[in-house]
Design a protein around this ligand. Structure first.
Ligand code: NFS
Ligand code: SF4
Length: 666
């Protein structure tokens, strides 16, 4: 396996493809549109309010102290309401995904749905335990049905607490109760936040952010976590395949598309579609049909988070992340792009119309004009998948000029919480103890979760890999999800060899001993919930059964004590803000860039960047560049280390311009 199999930088490849697009009469792409769009400073800095018809009201940067909206709202209230609404929207997105998975899970358990089954028994009994379900003498389908009923009820629950909250460290749970922000039901928190951010309701941003926290927690420890866990039961926990445990490897980047095979690109978020496409593509009849049309086979590749889902479970190749979705079509080699929900650019249609590519929508929640709609059947999804594949096969012969860049990279992936546990301690001694003790002895400085989206800018340096390289050079172990993970995978950071090339000496030693990359791919964006569980586990092992501190592995009693940080260096979607805030409300210092839409609201901004830590332990931070974000993360981790009394042994390895230049993007 080589990490040096890229001849050109991603920027060079992209430029060539965009040129091809122009020659093929593609009117615009996100790259050209992002050059043409001039961002409105009021929106960019967080002080545009269009909540009611008296507005839109805009608070002028520089005059923000004196200016008010017509109702009297000031810059802080306006920015806080906008911010909180993003949290509500993001929570709604992850949670509606979770609801759909739960409905299909329940239908599977009841035998009403073909194509899925209850696969991961280990996780099934773990989740049953959390819901207090007695499993003795029951079939796995019966257990799953009881889980499905309870999980589905949590969306509409009015009182009480979400079940998975009890997976957090005790001290954190107590804090949530004390602040009255333990989420009661998933939908309720979204609705209440929408209500409170409307015109003329909650105008104290401290109070508003309490509900925003409750809502975000209903995402991370609710909707998103339900999505992750039930998907795992249906499709297997990444890296944890029943009796065998293994990480998988896969290839990423445009070079995974094939000249001589039918290419089907799966794009979106819910693995319900991609999983049945994977199954159906193996059907010998469809394989034969493809051959009869002159193709050598059927090639599936992913885009965005659905790509992450099938990559970490099956090693299915990935064509790209968010910003690469139109470029995949520009190759002229995509016979079908099948989409479900979220992060699907409307611009796809303009591009697809210039090629033979058929875009197929599959969810009633997300239709695009001028596309084929084939609803993912709630009765027989495999049949839907076969129909999609047949359309792709028929379309293969309609290709025009094809240009598939040869560039692709290997990635070793599938580091679920369960696999990390296993890889550290083996089958009989599964534990995070080695991780904690490596942190205590300083081999690993701390852990950073680097997650979220990527923006369609043309840059020489990729902000994700630039940031991550600096972190691992400073012995920070990096865990990734989402499009950011795909960026670093494309830059060759997810192979064990990357440790030799980029990691600091301590981290390198650990990676070498375990045979792992210094950057661990944990899955899609809903799988950030895996990181919450990993953090809880790092806390929980610090004390013995009887409650005594075990000094060999003790890193504090709450997530907010851990030398860890979160980062979303290139956020795009509101979902990223919801994720950021559930990390903050879980006690994690979380750093975003390269903008944050709170700049011109001084009171609210300072509250997010520091004041909020007094109650929640976690806080927001902002860095405009990879270097700034890396600095903030490393400083934050060091602060936590010194609060724990861990001796500092190392100075930060600073990446100066010279070193940055050497980090050229491959
Ligand atoms: Ni996350 Fe995944 Fe990508 Fe951002 Fe969109 S695909 S759910 S939102 S852009 S990481
Ligand atoms: Fe203007 Fe207030 Fe209406 Fe917002 S809610 S648009 S600040 S009047």
């Amino acid at each position: 396996m080589s990490i040096m199999n890229k001849k050109r930088t991603r920027n060079e490849v992209r430029a060539e493809m965009l040129e091809k697009g122009q020659a093929d009469n593609v009117k615009s792409t996100a790259f050209s549109r992002s050059r043409d769009q001039k961002q409105c400073p009021f929106g960019e800095y967080g002080t545009c309010c269009k909540l009611c018809a008296l507005g839109p009201c805009r608070i002028n940067p520089g005059k923000s102290d004196s200016m008010l909206g017509i109702c009297g709202a000031d810059a802080d209230t306006i920015a806080a309401r906008n911010f909180a609404r993003m949290i509500a929207a993001g929570t709604a997105a992850h949670s509606d995904h979770g609801r759909q998975v739960t409905r299909m899970f329940l239908a599977t358990a009841r035998g009403e749905l073909q194509g899925y089954e209850i696969t991961d028994n280990r996780k099934l009994s773990m989740v049953a335990g959390l819901y207090g379900i007695q499993t003795d003498g029951k079939s796995k389908e019966k257990i799953a049905e009881e889980i499905g009923v309870k999980a589905l009820a949590e969306f509409g629950q009015q009182d009480g607490e979400l079940t998975f909250l009890k997976r957090a460290p005790k001290k954190r749970q107590e804090l949530w109760r004390e602040l009255e922000i333990a989420p009661r039901g998933i939908d309720r928190e979204v609705v209440e936040l929408m209500h409170r951010t409307g015109m003329g309701t909650d105008q104290d941003y401290h109070n508003l952010m309490l509900q925003a926290s409750r809502c975000a927690l209903a995402d991370g420890w609710g909707g998103a976590m339900i999505a992750t866990e039930l998907q795992d039961i249906l499709f297997n926990t990444p890296g944890d395949l029943g009796d065998t445990r293994q990480i998988v490897s896969g290839e990423v980047d445009l070079g995974v598309l094939k000249d001589d095979e039918v290419n089907i690109v799966m794009h979106g978020h819910e693995p319900l579609l991609s999983e049945v496409l994977v199954q159906a593509s193996k059907d010998p009849k469809l394989q034969e049909l493809a051959k009869s049309k002159g193709a050598n086979g059927i090639n599936l590749a992913g885009i965005c988070c659905t790509a992450n889902e099938v990559l970490v479970r099956h090693g299915i190749p990935v064509a790209g992340n968010y910003s690469q979705q139109e470029i995949a079509i520009l190759t002229g080699a995509v016979d079908v792009m099948a989409v479900d929900v979220q992060c699907i650019m409307e611009g796809l249609m303009n591009v697809a119309q210039c090629y033979h590519t058929k875009v197929i929508t599959t969810s009633s929640k997300a239709k695009l004009p001028n596309t084929i709609h084939i609803e993912l059947s709630e009765g027989n999804p495999v049949e839907t998948a076969k129909e999609i594949i047949r359309i792709a096969i028929e379309n293969y012969s309609h290709r025009g000029k094809v240009n598939i860049p040869s560039e692709k990279t290997d990635a070793v992936v599938g580091f679920s919480h369960e696999f990390i546990n296993y890889m550290m301690g083996g089958t009989y001694r599964q534990s995070y103890r080695p991780l904690n003790s490596n942190i205590i002895d300083g081999r690993i400085l701390g852990v950073a979760g680097v997650v979220g989206c990527d923006r369609p800018y043309s840059r020489d340096l990729d902000v994700h890999s630039e940031l991550v390289k600096e972190l691992i050079a400073n012995d920070v172990l990096v865990v990734q999800t989402g499009c950011s993970a795909l960026s670093c995978a494309m830059e060759g950071l997810m192979v064990p060899e990357a440790a030799y090339e980029y990691a600091g000496p301590g981290l390198r030693e650990v990676c070498e001993a375990l045979g792992i990359p210094p950057v661990l791919h944990a899955g899609s964006c809903v799988d950030n919930s895996r990181i919450l569980i990993a953090l809880s586990e790092m806390v929980n092992i610090g004390r013995t059964q009887s409650g005594d501190i075990d000094h060999r592995v003790y890193l504090g009693d709450d997530i907010s004590d851990l030398p860890v940080a979160g980062c979303c260096p290139d956020w795009v979607h509101e979902k990223a803000i919801a994720i950021g805030h559930y990390f903050v409300a879980s006690g994690v210092g979380t750093f975003f860039g390269p903008s944050l839409q709170v700049t011109n609201a001084p009171g609210f901004r300072e509250y997010l960047y520091s004041g909020i830590a007094e109650s929640l332990g976690g806080k927001w931070g902002f860095g405009a560049t990879a270097g700034e974000m890396a600095g903030l993360i490393i400083d934050h981790i060091k602060e936590k280390r010194s609060a724990l009394g861990l001796e500092e042994q190392k100075e930060r390895v600073l990446y100066d311009m010279e070193m940055r230049r050497k980090l050229e993007v491959r």
